[in-house]
Design a protein around this ligand. Structure first.
Ligand code: BGC
Length: 454
């Protein structure tokens, strides 16, 4: 499909002009450092607590001048299929451009930061890389390391088609520097229907995070399955579970205050969430400390686990699994207590300065912003499109239901674990806090580390 065919499909997205990402317009910046040398201190040192793997800090050997080198972390679950669907569409339109794939595997980008920071700071960036828009980009924009693509990529047609709040997230320091490609939902509680049936648990009856603990205990008593398919090898999944529990217990207003750094006045609330996490942890897999998120999800698929709290990239994995059908074998409810909330996670691509392939990069970013790209990528990825004019007929019943929930949602808070809500320095401190919490389940220590992170 080319750009001309993108017009006239506006009915597919009735809330097209609605602003939806809470606080997106108020993305804070720390001040422009101005050049890469000054930028080192803007970037957090990797403390080794959050990586599943270490990526390659050099371009692959087979990159020739003008080739499009893409660094991303979509290698797990159904992610790779979605990425390949995107590349297929790009190659159809640009058969002349050589794409060099250079993944930095690790859920939630846990290994990409070090690779990208070093390469961008060294003036040796890839053509483009995957990054969450919003706060996660501020060290790069503060150091002037991302090109303004407001004219070259964001033409009027594209600006008009995107949700306004997604456009705002793409300009954390004023200039448009990113092309978002998807909107994931984080507050999902996925489950294996057969396991819940055999325990006599009805997920739609679980009203709040405490009710989920009761359900986990019932699963534990009534079945051999692991109640909650959670991974603790890398801290991001516990950080996002904390966000979900806090949102479910306290609601979106307190969550917004928390994200703004008002932790001390919410001390009791933060401790309440942490204490419940300690109880949940009794129901994690025995191998929680050595599995990745998609291995946890495989346990659910195989009927060895009951529930999973995860972004809807997990549904991309179900989609790639034979004989595992939505509504029959697996299903999902909003994380208990968060009905009406669409806790959003967004991915984007950017144009780093000192670009090795300016023309190919511009073509890729242009393509990522089209209906065709987003119609190919999102149904496989388990996300909905940020453009408002993408026909939804190929998205299947699960994503159609997510899309309806998105349209009917009363709040769409940004996420901490996936970078839109807090600056990388805070994000990194919080990851360290939850890495320690995964180890020792110390509520006092975790509370203090969270308070100090802000
Ligand atoms: C990204 C998703 C990805 C997930 C797991 C999130 O931060 O936004 O695209 O599937 O991490 O790796």
């Amino acid at each position: 499909m080319n750009d001309d065919e993108t017009h006239g499909a506006d009915e597919s997205h009735p809330i097209s002009r609605r602003r939806y990402v809470a606080g997106a317009g108020a993305v804070a910046t720390v001040g422009l450092a101005g050049c890469a040398d000054d930028a080192d201190e803007e970037f957090e040192e990797d403390d080794g607590t959050n990586g599943d793997d270490t990526g390659d800090e050099e371009p692959p050997e087979d990159v020739d001048e003008g080739d499009l080198e893409i660094v991303h972390w979509w290698t797990a679950g159904g992610e790779e299929d979605a990425y390949n669907a995107l590349l297929d569409g790009f190659r159809e339109e640009h058969p002349d451009i050589e794409v060099v794939d250079n993944p930095a595997p690790g859920g939630a980008g846990s290994a990409i930061d070090t690779v990208i920071q070093n390469r961008v700071l060294d003036g040796n960036p890839p053509s483009t890389f995957q990054i969450w828009p919003g706060q996660a980009m501020t060290p790069y924009t503060d150091a002037d390391l991302l090109e303004d693509i407001g004219d070259s990529v964001w033409d009027d047609e594209m600006r008009e088609a995107y949700l306004d709040d997604v456009v705002d997230l793409s300009r954390p320091a004023g200039d448009l520097v990113a092309v978002p490609i998807n909107i994931h939902r984080l507050n999902n509680l996925f489950f294996n229907a057969e396991v819940l049936d055999s325990a006599g648990v009805d997920a739609t009856d679980i009203d709040d995070p405490q009710g989920l603990l009761d359900a986990l205990e019932t699963i534990d008593e009534e079945t051999d399955a692991t109640p909650l398919a959670h991974q603790t090898q890398s801290p991001w999944s516990t950080l996002q579970l904390f966000e979900a529990v806090f949102l479910g217990q306290q609601g979106a207003d307190d969550y917004a205050s928390f994200v703004d750094g008002d932790v001390e006045s919410l001390e009791d609330e933060v401790r309440e969430a942490l204490e419940l996490l300690v109880e949940y942890s009794e129901h994690y897999p025995e191998d929680a400390g050595s599995i990745s998120w998609d291995q946890g999800n495989s346990q659910l698929i195989q009927g060895d686990a009951a529930f999973l709290h995860q972004g809807d990239w997990a549904a991309g994995q179900y989609q790639g699994t034979d004989d595992f059908e939505y509504g029959e074998d697996w299903d999902m409810v909003a994380f208990p207590g968060t009905t009406g909330v669409y806790h959003s996670v967004i991915d984007s691509f950017v144009f780093p300065t000192n670009n090795p392939s300016p023309e190919a990069t511009e073509q890729f970013l242009n393509y990522a912003g089209t209906v065709d790209a987003q119609e190919r990528f999102n149904p496989v990825k388990g996300s909905i499109p940020p453009r408002t004019d993408v026909p939804m007929d190929e998205f299947g019943p699960f994503l159609t239901s997510q899309f309806e929930d998105f349209q009917n949602s009363t709040s769409q808070p940004p996420t901490i674990a996936h970078g839109t809500a807090v600056a990388p320095a805070i994000h990194s401190e919080l990851e360290e806090a939850f890495a320690n919490f995964n180890e020792n389940l110390g509520v006092d220590q975790a509370y203090e580390a969270i308070r100090d992170a802000f």
